[in-house]
Design a binder for this molecule. Structure first.
Ligand code: SF4
Length: 161
């Protein structure tokens, strides 16, 4: 077994033992999630800056992450390094997810939402969100969490029909 796998297993076990972690609890620091995902901290900071991942914030403004974010980071990394997309390409891809269908927005609601009208910004980055999303916690929304579980964009779009 590779050293990185051993490290990952040990770190995961330790975290689970000490913090009673479930997949969505924000208990991982930038350093730990960098170890678990194998992605350098400076790349993760870039992903945050580009709006591809939303960290939990503490009062101290220190970023925290959950176990689901490990997969999300790996998927983003793979879109860049295996599929050859750049940040703008990933943002455009995410902007194409039809959140208005998944949330069953009326035409009137959708037209008042920046997410519906933008081809380049993921919905969670929209400056003016529609009535349905205005008070939603994007980190918990299936549109946002989709990339933490899969990169099968076609199935997601088919499923929203
Ligand atoms: S709640 Fe956030 S992530 Fe979900 S569809 Fe609305 S803007 Fe997008």
């Amino acid at each position: 077994m590779a050293i990185i796998d051993l490290l990952e297993q040990e770190t995961m076990q330790e975290i689970k033992k000490e913090k009673d972690v479930d997949a969505v609890r924000p208990v991982l620091t930038l350093g730990i999630i960098s170890q678990l995902s194998g992605i350098p901290a400076h790349s993760i900071r870039q992903y945050i800056e580009k709006g591809l991942i939303i960290p939990f914030k503490q009062d101290s403004k220190r970023h925290l992450f959950c176990l689901n974010d490990v997969n999300r980071l790996k998927h983003i990394h793979s879109l860049i390094h295996d599929k050859g997309l750049n940040f703008a390409g990933i943002r455009s891809l995410l902007a194409m997810v039809p959140c208005w269908k998944i949330h069953d927005c009326s035409e009137q609601d959708a037209e008042q939402c920046d997410a519906y009208n933008s081809n380049s910004t993921p919905c969670w980055e929209a400056s003016k969100k529609g009535r349905i999303c205005k008070n939603e916690e994007c980190r918990e929304c299936e549109v946002y969490t989709f990339l933490s579980h899969s990169m099968d964009f076609k199935s997601m779009i088919r499923g929203s029909r």
